[in-house]
Each structure stands twice: as C-alpha cells, then as structure tokens.
Ligand binder design. Structure first.
Ligand code: G4P
Length: 525
C-alpha cells in the first residue's frame, strides 16, 4: 500500500471562489485542461443559477444535476493529486459555499479587473479569514480595460483585509495588454490571444535592453518603474506567512485566453498547503495520524429518480479511509461500512478502495448523514465547522396535500439535513417556519419536495425580523423568558431554544429587559 506521508504530500485540495461572473468557471475549466481532466473547453458547465432570480425550475434541476458531477473535480498535474471543490456562485446558496470552505486546505480567489472586489467575494474571504485559510488571488480579464494594478491591491487589502504580495505583474491591459512579468520565476510571459498559453521567456534581469524589443519602450519603462515600486512597497513572498493565511500572493491573467493560468497552477502546486490539521472539539487532528477520521461537509440528493439515495461528501482528515471497513458514526453511535465509496476524478465517479487525507469521498446514503457528521475508527471526535447564520427570510410552511403529510415530514427533515434551509417549530402551536438566506431557496425546497418526495407544500407569510438562539447561565430567567414569550419561541431542528423577534425594536427591548440572557446570531456558541 502506498505510503501515507507521500500520499498526503502530493495532495492539494482547494476551492476557487469569486463573485458571480468573475471567471470562476472559466478558470476551473482551464485548470482541468492542464491536468488533462477534460479535453475541450466548454466541458465544465457552470453550476450557478445564472443571473435569474425568477426561477426556471428545469434550469435549477439541470444545473443541480450537473453540480453533483462537478462538486469535486480531481485531476493529476505533475506529481500532484489535485481536488477542486466547486462552490455555488449564487448568493442564495452562500451557506453551501461556507460549508465547502470548511473542507479545503486553501483557496484561489478570482477578481474581475474591471469590477474589483465585489460583495460576495468579501463575504467568502471573511469566512476564509475565520479559519486562516491560505488565499491566492487571481486578477482576471486583463484583456479588458480595468482598474490600475496598484489600486486593486489597495482595494484587496482594504476590503478583503489581506496583505498582498504580487508574484506577477501586468504589462498594460485591455487592447494594450502585452502580458505579465512573472516576479516569482523571473520570466516574461507575452500575451497573444491565439497561442496556447502565451510566449514565455526567461528574463532574470529586467534592466536588460531586450525588454524594449519585446514590449516597446514605453511599456518597458513603466514595467521597470512598477517593479521597483513593488519591490519597495510590498513584502517579499514568504511561504510561512502565506500558509498561515497572513500573506496572499497575487497573479494577473485572463482565464478565457488561458493566459497566466499555467503560472498560477505551477506556483500553486509548489506553495499551496498539502492537507492541513483540522480542529475538533476534543483535539487537533493531524493528517499523518494513522487512524482514519473525516467529516461530512455536503449532502447531495441523487438526481436519478430511480435511485432515491443521496451522496454524502466526506473529507478525509487523517489516516486512510478504506472500502468495506467499519467506521464509527459518532452522532448515531453505530458502526457503518461502505461498499461503494467513490472519488471524483475528472468529474467521473469511480469506486475507490483507499482514500487519503485531502481526498473527498462520496458515500451513498439513505438518510444516515447530516452535515457535520464525523466518522472515525472509534475515537469520539466532533469536527468544528462553520456555524449556521441566522436566516434573513422566513415563511410558514404548510402541507398542501393532507394525504401526503408523512412524505412532507420526511422530505423536510432530509432536506434540512442537507442544509437546504433552516427549520424552526413554534412552541405555542407547532407551526413550522422555514428560514433562508435567499428567496430561491424557498422555491428549490418546494420543487424538491414535490419531485423527490411527492409532497406538496405552500408558504404563508410571517412577520419576522430575526431568529436568534438564546442561552443563559440563569436557568430561572431563561425559563421565565421562554414562558413569557411563548408566542415568540420556537425550537430549531436540534431542539435548541430560538427567539423569534418580530422587529428590531422588539429584539432590542427583549435584550434590554433580560440582560441575563445571551442572544446568538449564529448557531454555534
Ligand atoms: P463565474 O463562474 O465566476 O460566474 O464566471 P464565468 O467563468 O462563467 O465567467 C463569466 C463571464 O466572464 C463569461 O462570459 C466568461 O466567458 C467571461 N470571462 C472569463 N474570463 C475572462 C477573461 O479572461 N476575459 C474576458 N474578456 N472574459 C472572461 P459570459 O458572456 O457571461 O458567458 P459565456 O457565454 O462567455 O460563457
């Protein structure tokens, strides 16, 4: 059997994140082309629900189908085993993305040179910072007119709170884009839209007059000045700092033209972390430990209507995951083994016998798993995830077909386990409330209940400002609060106390009246 240490060291598991339309799909596709995982451009369809807020159900359905296959894309490049974890671009599914970010060792952020740092990118990078995830920045669409390089770096530092360190630098942009100077390899990479990945020249000395010959006098002068400024102003690349999430290398390029992508990938495999330690409530887990451990970060319903099961995506954190071997499902306190665990090479699913730290394994599941579940060889561990955030939109969910109430209950439970939305049950009358981050989630839920569980639901409006989890060391006060606010109290699916505030004013009043009670806006506290 392969050596665990060697297997770990050659793995790179990461996510590409961007604001919708930044170029995430295009960049991912080019990376896969380099790895030979796909042969032609256009093979990876974006799994985002494109630009539509009005729902096109067939489209959602189709795209969800595709996204099962492209949820994890494994490929080999040089001697490395690379796993790209795909993330939904649509903001209504941001929670999905946050959860995927708990399963990666590093991240590449794509930024559109014209648009600069956009809202969704800010939120996603904030989640990366919570875990000190190492971040590489790729500034995309250099073939278009955009913002000045230095201004962009300032914007990244300010909005994303990342300390940057350019490892490549653009020579012009838009019509005048001539290429990039690779500061890391000391190479000049000349842009011509029709070559496979530019024309790369060794260029150790930027003062060499040959530079003029390649890019012209004006561009040469500007490049020399700018490189001098970079050397004066920006920190030198320091791998330790990058690995600690304290320094972010920046590359410039054009994904659609496959330009600057090879530099990015070559540098990435060299500097990006191999599988890192993971935190559990009990202790830190080192990937090199010989005992297997892993956790489920995503659950996906099988799109094939003949197979009702789901796929749970497990990140292997330590040791070797083996097929047909009993593992302890911590929450269920029972042993389970898997006869057909799959990996995702080149967006094809293949049965695997052994999976190593950094790998993502797909486990067929008939309802055993929830997001966050841990599997081990016997040790009691609970991996720390990203908390659920307080939802922003709320609706009552009601049964629209009395003959199908069982199906509806089952569907709701399973879809909540998948993390489609959050469910709260009111204390006073047991009415069920769905909380989401975006309108689209309500539609997806309704659609999936119908198609996967033959259950019909309808929504009724509810006036709610926030749902927050409440705790207190003072049990009497907590009991009093729950009694007095009984019409505004609910339980989440774990049975925890949730206060439903109708308005900002009500929330503030309650907070003032009950200083002994803590109001939490995330579900992990
Ligand atoms: P996303 O996954 O982050 O949402 O972005 P995606 O890759 O789908 O790219 C968004 C749009 O930007 C696409 O155009 C894509 O072709 C374009 N694009 C990506 N990289 C570059 C680049 O380097 N230069 C330029 N000029 N454009 C780029 P679209 O018109 O929305 O879609 P499509 O019809 O071209 O697929």
């Amino acid at each position: 059997m392969a050596n665990l240490k060697e297997e770990i060291e050659k793995r790179r598991t990461f996510a590409v994140i961007a604001h919708p339309d930044g170029g995430k799909t295009t960049l991912t596709e080019k990376l896969l082309l380099f790895g030979g995982a796909i042969q032609v451009a256009g093979a990876v369809k974006s799994n985002k629900i494109k630009k539509s807020t009005t729902s096109d159900f067939m489209e959602i359905e189709k795209q969800r189908g595709i996204s099962v296959a492209t949820s994890v894309m494994g490929f080999n490049y040089k001697d490395f085993n690379i796993n790209i974890l795909d993330t939904p671009g649509h903001k209504d599914f941001a929670e999905d993305t946050y959860r995927t970010l708990t399963a990666v060792d590093s991240v590449i952020v794509v930024i559109d040179v014209a648009k600069g740092v956009e809202e969704q990118t800010e939120k996603l990078v904030e989640v990366c910072r919570m875990r000190d995830t190492p971040v590489i920045v790729f500034i995309n669409k250099m073939d278009r007119e955009g913002k000045d390089g230095f201004d962009l770096l300032d914007e990244i530092e300010e909005k994303l709170k990342l300390t940057t360190c350019p490892l490549s630098w653009p020579i012009g942009m838009g019509q005048e884009f001539k290429g990039v100077y690779n500061l890391y390899e000391k190479q000049l990479n000349l842009f011509s839209p029709n070559t496979k990945y530019g024309n790369i020249l060794e260029f150790n000395d930027i003062l060499n007059p040959e530079l003029e010959r390649h890019i012209g006098e004006d561009a040469a002068e500007i490049l020399r000045e700018e490189v001098e400024t970079i050397e004066e102003v920006y920190p030198e690349f320091d791998q330790e700092a990058y690995l600690g999430g304290k320094l972010s290398p920046v590359f410039f390029g054009s994904a659609i033209n496959n330009f600057g992508v090879k530099e990015l990938l070559d540098c990435f495999v060299e500097i990006a972390p191999s599988p890192v330690e993971f935190s559990t409530e009990e202790r830190e887990i080192n990937p090199y430990e010989d005992k297997f451990s892993g956790f489920v970060f995503k659950i996906h319903a099988n799109m094939d209507p003949r197979h009702r099961d789901r796929i749970a995506f497990l990140r292997v954190c330590s040791g070797i995951f083996k097929r047909n071997t009993n593992y302890l499902h911590i929450r269920k306190e029972k042993k389970i083994k898997f006869s057909n665990p799959t990996t995702f090479m080149a967006s094809k699913k293949e049965v695997v016998d052994n999976a190593y730290p950094g790998d993502i394994v797909g486990l067929y599941d008939s309802g055993n798993f929830k997001i966050g579940d841990t599997l081990t060889e016997g040790e009691i561990l609970h991996f720390k995830g990203i908390p659920s955030f307080s939802p922003e939109l709320f609706k009552y969910i009601e049964n629209a077909d009395p003959m199908k109430s069982k199906q509806l209950a089952k569907g709701i439970t399973q879809l909540m386990d998948e993390g489609v939305a959050q469910l709260f049950t009111k204390n006073s009358n047991n009415r069920k409330i769905i909380g989401t981050v975006g309108q689209l989630q309500f539609e997806v839920l309704q659609h999936r209940l119908k198609h996967e569980y033959s259950a019909s639901c309808q929504y009724a409006p509810i006036q709610l400002y926030k749902a927050c989890w409440i705790t207190s060391e003072n049990e009497d006060k907590l009991a009093e609060f729950i009694r007095k606010k009984t019409n505004y109290m609910a339980r989440d699916k774990e049975g925890r106390n949730v206060y439903l505030a109708e308005s900002k004013w009500m929330l503030q009043t309650s907070q003032n009246d009950y200083p002994e009670i803590e109001f939490h806006f995330t579900s992990e506290f």
